[in-house]
Write a protein of this length. Sequence first.
Length: 295
Amino acid sequence: MTIQNPVVWSWQYIQTSSRALGAVPANDYWAESNAEREVVIRRITLADLRAALISGVADFAANRTDVLFLCLIYPAAGLILEQVMFGRGAVQILFPLASGFAILGPFFALGLYEISRRRERDGTASWADAFRVLGSPAIGRIALLGAALIVIFLLWLVLAQVIYMATLGAYYGLDMPAPTLAQFLHDALTTKPGWAMIAIGVVTGFCCAVVAFLIGVISFPLLLDRDASLNTAIATSILAVAANPGPMVAWAAIVTGLLVLGSLPFLVGLIVVLPVLGHATWHLYRALVSRPRRA
């Protein structure tokens, strides 16, 4: 018997416990043999990104009303959170909050992956299929991965607030009332503390987004698609990015650009952008990872 590092022991225990969750038997949920050794990463090109987006649009069109209804949750939640921030005078947290979609997006899109998975398998799907992900035998591992992204998101918010307090917040001082949005934007763009806040914030946010992208870009679809461990899913996601740096950087740029466009005005565009990107990510996963061999 050996004494393990407490962190390692806790991680192994949590993963073991998570396997007990999920209502659907593995043999029913996964119709194919999908041992972990069968995970093979492919090389892709920019053409594969285009094909994934086209397939994502097709999935969206096939479930248009249902998926729109499902994804109204996200813009509505964003608007509510923004109103809360305005009410508290915390305008400095609005951008970090909105940019969090890029970090939490892979977790939010779980239901969309499931719709695409079932439409691919059965030829048809509906909005109700999005909730079938809760019965996945891998739901415990999926929840743990989602929790990791939430931690990264919360860390980003904390760091953003620290950066603000050390730059523009110090410029305002303790006695000055909370700035309005117009004043905050003016000072952020025209003062040295504001420039410092933007520069440091962009670098910090970029680092958080990169970590989230590396561990989450295809790990959620992989966990839905086959019986893989959480470690395998994360490692496969990282290796897929490493094996396809150019296309994956391009994909990250596409996602970021569409999320920015979808956020204007008032996050309304996310009603379309989120489902299309969610479905497209499933098809990107299909391009990156070979299908498991049948038993």
